[in-house]
Design a binder for this molecule. Structure first.
Ligand code: C2E
Ligand code: CA
Ligand code: CA
Length: 571
């Protein structure tokens, strides 16, 4: 009897526990965002639970009713949906899949869990339906961001490299793949001068135009800022570099119309590298196309350049120089030479021009004409320029103090240095440090400085003039040299470029140019220095037409510190 009571108590307790669990599961189902279908295989009983009504507006009484869910599914998902819903046996005990409903918006995930008896016959199954639309959108957005450029909607660099690599893999029958780098000229100026929104709009419109070439065999990508890259698989006819180049050139002869109704014209530079001739990997092809694009920019805006080995060699050599230059800066491995400038009238030393020298650690002298442009490109010119200013002023101060006669120090200033906001204050502080008066210093700048914001450049010259620092226009005649702009420039000296001096006694045109430069400079009150004077004949001729100062190998090559010491002690 006791045993029976005990069993009854036990069963009652278990019953309570089961009831509690059932209530708990019910609660979980009801508060869940998911819908559940529970199907008992033996009783053929089907039940829906959870947020069923938020998914479907029909009831399920028989297992066949699940077909209505299949009917509510987008066509291409109908078969997998049916398989999942009517699954009776599964290799694993859980099967799942993602489907889009017929509204083409809602994404659901179906998970099926089947319980089996010991003989592996299905007992019951639970199907969970979860709304995954939100996550799906986020995933699509992430996928989009990973492969597309937000501004233009074109492929981004990642996707471009991916497709190009796939093309290279499939290009077996001597097929060619052209990679064309397309870069808008002077984009920084457009961005700085007209604002980034205008810059973006231009890039967008140009991107849209390029997208017209998009096809199975032509991919267009927006890499960054103003840089686009196009790849053409097995090019020919309207899918060729020449065709696309001509079409772009044709388009950009007409202005782009901006949303504020302004019109904007632009030029573009192109670089082309082809598989397999130039390189056999996607990254190399892109890099080489970029390298030759830079060369095409040098050749003049709006030009196209095809890959050749010489361009790559030059580039690699520049990379080596750049690397060594960084080392040289770190260990201050530079010296300064000084070239004398003489007054034609008095034969006195009028000034000395500081010229940087760099002897590489392996002993080779690298010409400043080679390394200064590299240093200008990568910004190293600022530290090099700071060094030469300090070093030459320090030496000059020492010579001035010891030799006590009047001659000026000319320092070459790169456009990049000149443009820096703190250029003048830094120079003044060095002058102060070595107790040098402003009037003893002359800055040699080239016309490239004037290409930037003219008013800014002139303003800085006026400030320099206020301090009494002289400004000399170097390499005069080689830049854009409109004589008319000269009259507005607060400069003191014009240096006629060596190229004119070389032919002044031989060639009628140079003769006329030099004569008119000197006449005009006299009228405007500029001093004239002829540079690169190598022969007596040139000297006499220049003297005859009123040139004030001569600099050149004839009167003295650039001198080392010791050689200059010797010269100064003799003067
Ligand atoms: P630059 O300012 O026009 O300097 C004159 C160049 O012509 C110097 O070359 C000088 O050695 C050379 N030269 C002078 N007279 C004669 C001559 O009679 N015949 C020949 N064949 N050459 C002559 P260098 O020193 O090789 O400098 C080349 C250029 O590198 C300079 O041209 C200047 O643009 C740049 N540079 C040199 N030193 C500096 C520097 O400290 N800072 C900056 N920013 N640029 C520098
Ligand atoms: Ca110079
Ligand atoms: Ca010069």
């Amino acid at each position: 009897m006791d045993e029976l009571h005990y069993q009854i108590d036990l069963l009652t307790a278990l019953n309570h526990k089961l009831k509690d669990r059932e209530t708990m599961y019910q609660l979980i189902c009801e508060t869940s965002q998911n819908a559940f279908i529970f199907y008992d295989f033996t009783k053929k009983h089907i039940e829906v639970l959870g947020s069923w009504n938020s998914f479907f507006n029909f009831q399920v009484e028989d297992v066949k009713d699940l077909n209505v869910i299949v009917d509510c599914t987008e066509d291409k998902f109908m078969i997998p949906m049916k398989e999942l819903l009517f699954l009776e046996k599964s290799g694993k005990d859980l099967d799942s899949g993602e489907c889009c409903l017929a509204d083409h918006k809602t994404w659901i995930e179906i998970k099926v869990s089947i319980k089996y008896d010991e003989g592996h016959n299905p007992l019951n199954k639970t199907i969970r339906i979860q709304n995954i639309t939100h996550g799906k959108i986020q995933k699509d957005e992430l996928l989009y961001m990973a492969y597309y450029d937000g501004l233009t909607g074109l492929y981004n660099r990642n996707k471009f490299v991916k497709v190009l690599s796939e093309w290279i893999k499939k290009a077996v029958n001597n097929e060619i793949i052209s990679v064309m780098f397309v870069d808008i000229d002077g984009f920084r100026k457009i961005n700085d001068g007209m604002g980034m929104i205008v810059g973006d709009e231009l890039v967008q419109q140009f991107g849209q135009f390029l997208n017209e070439f998009n096809s199975d065999d032509v991919i267009i990508s927006h890499f960054t800022s103003d840089i686009f890259c196009i790849a053409i698989y097995d090019p020919c006819g309207s899918r060729s570099v020449e065709y696309i180049y001509n079409a772009i050139e044709d388009r950009i002869t007409k202005p782009f119309l901006l949303s504020d109704r302004r019109e904007l014209t632009m030029t573009v530079s192109y670089g082309v590298a082809e598989y397999p001739e130039a390189a056999t990997t996607a990254v190399e092809l892109i890099n080489y196309a970029e390298i030759v694009m830079f060369r095409s920019k040098k050749n003049g805006k709006g030009s196209i350049q095809y890959f050749n080995a010489k361009i790559l060699d030059d580039f690699l050599q520049n990379v080596v120089i750049e690397h060594k230059l960084k080392e040289a800066i770190a260990i201050h491995n530079f010296t300064v030479c000084y070239q004398p400038q003489y007054s034609v009238k008095t034969h006195a030393l009028r000034g000395i021009e500081a010229l940087i020298r760099w002897q590489d650690l392996d002993g080779t002298m690298v010409s400043p004409s080679v390394f200064i442009p590299i240093a200008e490109k990568n910004g190293l010119i600022i530290s090099i320029g700071d060094w030469i200013i300090e070093e030459s002023i320090k030496t000059y101060a020492d010579w001035k103090q010891r030799y006590r006669y009047a001659f000026v120090l000319s320092i070459n200033i790169s456009a990049i240095q000149y443009r820096k906001r703190d250029f003048i204050p830094k120079l003044l502080s060095v002058l102060k440090k070595y107790n040098i008066e402003c009037k003893d210093i002359e800055l040699e700048i080239t016309e490239s400085v004037l290409i930037e914001d003219f008013d800014d450049v002139v303003q800085k010259m006026l400030t320099l003039r206020d301090y009494g620092i002289h400004v000399s226009l170097d390499d005069f005649g080689t830049g854009f040299s409109s004589l008319s702009y000269l009259k507005g420039l607060p400069i003191n000296t014009l240096k006629i470029d060596k190229s004119f001096i070389d032919s002044v006694t031989k060639d009628e045109a140079s003769n006329i140019i030099v004569n008119s430069i000197i006449t005009m400079a006299q009228k405007l009150g500029f001093e004239i220095i002829a540079e690169g004077v190598e022969t007596r004949e040139q000297y006499d001729y220049l003297k005859g037409i009123g040139c004030n100062t001569i600099q050149g190998f004839l009167l003295g090559k650039p001198k080392t510190y010791e050689e200059m010491e010797a010269l100064l002690s003799r003067e």
